[in-house]
Design a protein around this ligand. Structure first.
Ligand code: SAM
Length: 251
């Protein structure tokens, strides 16, 4: 099957540059990036997606970037085989991470997104449809999401650091419990963004449960508009970097 990624990015470009100029998206991208890098604390709800420009930058730039990073990680970990029955994408944003994993796992794998922003959930539905996936996304809170057991896949990409301490602690316990029931779990976070004091504890817990913790660096082949935005906003994503925690399926 042909890679649907380039056509998805073209569709995002058409969708998000209808009413915004390149300079407006570039400025919003810079504002969004500085929100992300200067966070030692959690972003206030809505802050990151508070303007049309930031929403466009998030959907058009970070969505595809996260897709590429997660796809490489899924390939490196062999997480597409055996294929999970379904993938639950917690804090799915525009659906990039769940979509990347589902596409590697095969056409029969459904993806379900849970997302607190109604705007992002509807973008995720667009993503799944555009990428030819069976998928849905609904507005909800990670704290209330029912997690799958045997045969299920759970991905938390670039979201655990956004949770308040108590929600993060309870999510770790719930992910480990889902793992014990036979779900596979993938957590992805940036390497270079601020401090995540919880990471060593999570890594230890995943390793203790039979999983692994990795840091990744992949060459990035960004689509032309993303490469242009990257240069114009002085961001430098010629390499994709990320770290992951992985709990494989139990046999
Ligand atoms: C940095 S974005 C990452 C989105 C997506 N996972 C990706 O990889 O592109 C974090 C997302 O998590 C969502 N989020 C944060 N806290 C949440 C919660 N408690 N419940 C549901 N969604 C949440 C935010 O609205 C945002 O869309």
């Amino acid at each position: 099957m042909a890679d649907p990624f380039p056509a998805w990015v073209e569709a995002l470009e058409a969708r998000h540059t209808k009413t915004l100029s390149f300079a407006e998206v570039r400025r919003a991208l810079q504002a969004l990036s500085s929100l992300y890098v200067r966070r030692g604390e959690r972003l206030a709800e809505g802050e990151a997606l508070g303007t049309a420009g930031k929403r466009a930058a998030f959907a058009l730039f970070y969505g595809p970037l996260h897709f590429l990073a997660v796809r490489e990680i899924v390939r490196a970990l062999g997480a597409g085989r055996p294929a999970p029955r379904e993938i639950l994408d917690l804090g799915c944003g525009t659906g990039a991470a769940g979509a990347a994993w589902a596409l590697e796992a095969g056409p029969r794998v459904a993806v379900a997104g849970i997302e607190r922003s109604g705007w992002a959930a509807s973008e995720a539905r667009f993503t799944f449809a555009r990428l030819g996936l069976r998928g849905d996304a609904r507005r909800g809170d990670i704290r209330d999401a029912a997690l799958p057991g045997r045969g299920g896949g759970i991905v938390c990409a670039f979201v655990v650091n956004e949770l308040p301490e108590d929600a993060r602690a309870s999510l770790l316990e719930r992910l480990l419990a889902a793992g014990r029931l036979g779900a596979r779990v993938l957590v992805v976070e940036p390497i270079a963004r601020g401090v995540a004091p919880w990471w060593p504890r999570w890594s230890e817990a995943f390793r203790g449960a039979g999983g692994r913790a990795d840091e990744w660096r992949f060459p990035a082949a960004l689509p032309p508009l993303l490469a242009q935005l990257d240069r114009a906003a002085a961001l430098d994503h010629r390499e994709l970097t990320a770290r992951s925690l992985w709990l494989p399926p139990t046999s």
